[in-house]
Design a protein around this ligand. Sequence first.
Ligand SMILES: *[C@@H]1O[C@H](CO)[C@@H](O)[C@H](O)[C@H]1NC(C)=O
Ligand SMILES: *[C@@H]1O[C@H](CO)[C@@H](O)[C@H](O)[C@H]1NC(C)=O
Length: 337
Amino acid sequence: MKPEKRHVLLLWMLLCCGRSGAIEPISTSIAVGMAAALTGFLASYQNIFYYFHECCRPEWIAFNKSGLHADLELKLFGQHIASRIVLKAVSGFMSNNNPKKPLVLSLHGWTGTGKNLMSKLIAENIYKEGMDSSFVHVFTSELHFPHAQQIETYKSELQRWIKGNITNCAQSMFIFDEMDKMHPGLIDSIKPYLDYYDKLDGVSYRKAIFIFLSNAGGIDIIETALEFWRDGRQREEIQLKDLETSLSLSVFNNKQSGLWHTSLIDKNLVDFFVPFLPLEYKHVVLCAMAEMKAKGTEPDQSVADQVAKDLVYFPKTERVFSVKGCKTVESKLDYYT
Ligand SMILES: *[C@@H]1O[C@H](CO)[C@@H](O)[C@H](O)[C@H]1NC(C)=O
Ligand SMILES: *[C@@H]1O[C@H](CO)[C@@H](O)[C@H](O)[C@H]1NC(C)=O
């Protein structure tokens, strides 16, 4: 590394990420000495550093409401209820300078309906670096916490991570994928962070965002959507209240979907339940068109139709909803283009 370059790096560490665990400052005394010597220099150049390196600052973390609104319209299909709830929830939270607790969203629905995409869109409209931001953390039970015997280790690890990352940056985001497969003990261990505490051990968690993704309640959401379809009613007529009963019955009382809900619900730790409807043929076509556009190729309606036709739909007789939603669209496109 060239000396100038090393200086730049060191300055950056001192300046914006001095509290970050990601890169350990060489030694505190050197750091302090350097900092003192270079204060003047830093003052004039700090904006340049902020500009180039992701920091826990408004330059890198700022909510774009119109951006999220546009993304929900253009990239997420068939989810009028989820879009509305999330836009409102996130806008409200991000415009509140003094939230009483972290924002906790629980996204429910069948596979491929857009839960992951939704968390991505939220991240992209808060963090300049989107999902690549060092302030966005994704946990998957099978990847991060695979062995039930090691639950005690995972618990303390997860608590340490959440605490460490929020100490670095209050506006951190934590996404828990496959919440249904998460060990209930693990959920218990993060409960304190979701609650109305001013501070825990001197750390305030109230500016963080937690997003839980699960299939729980997915079947009941499908039943409701199917009822509407069979009655000849518009999908857009489905309202949150039509799903709330089925959600609460299945999600909260169904042993299969895990006990995690009950304990989170009991204490009102989840702020919003966000249902995702099963996707129809026309939505799969839209997914394929959007995917082509995202890849920089000219969207081709006939290819999109071909992809949509290839997927399997249910129930067997009516074939209304895609079994895997839009999940396999990307790989199918690779095949056709
Ligand atoms: C917010 O998003 C809109 C739409 O994507 C974009 O045009 C605009 O530049 C964004 N604003 C900021 C401040 O990034
Ligand atoms: C932040 O979370 C990540 C996991 O996403 C973990 O590897 C890292 O050690 C955490 N950082 C701190 C400072 O705890």
